[in-house]
Design a protein around this ligand. Structure first.
Ligand SMILES: [Zn+2]
Ligand SMILES: [Zn+2]
Length: 137
């Protein structure tokens, strides 16, 4: 069984959606600093507020800084899915690597049974409700 997140605070990325007749839920846990291993890497904090739009992650302990995309490529995504092709229900852990597919940032994984490629694309901008946590980008 995959480790389920207890709160959005633990996560770098979370999405849950239907894909044709299938379904995918993808989440990525924050991880410890690769340099000092003492603290969890996070977005920089300035005057007590997290800079959610920052393009880098910072270790709060040793201040090691890494580019957002470079950092996210090193993380592991947890995936629960129902394959839209063969309808198998599966789960896996796989590197959280995203790439541009026709101009849209896409996380792609293969169904373990039929090997169909399943794409989780970045959602188009949606109006945000007040207080809504949006990690789906
Ligand atoms: Zn560190
Ligand atoms: Zn399949």
């Amino acid at each position: 069984m995959l480790k389920q997140p207890q709160s959005m605070e633990e996560l770098v990325y979370f999405t849950q959606r239907t894909i044709d007749n299938g379904y995918a839920k993808v989440w990525v846990f924050k991880q410890k600093c690769p340099k000092c291993k003492k603290a969890i890497m996070g977005k920089p904090v300035e005057k007590g507020a997290v800079k959610i739009r920052a393009k880098e992650y910072v270790c709060p302990s040793c201040k090691y800084t890494v580019d957002k995309e470079e950092y996210e490529d090193t993380l592991t995504a947890s995936v629960e899915y129902i394959c839209p092709k063969c309808m198998v229900k599966g789960e896996m852990e796989t590197p959280f690597k995203r790439k541009n597919v026709q101009g849209v940032l896409t996380f792609r994984f293969a169904c373990e049974k039929c090997k169909a490629m399943i794409d989780v694309t970045k959602k188009m901008k949606q109006p945000k409700k007040k207080g809504q946590v949006v990690l789906d980008e």
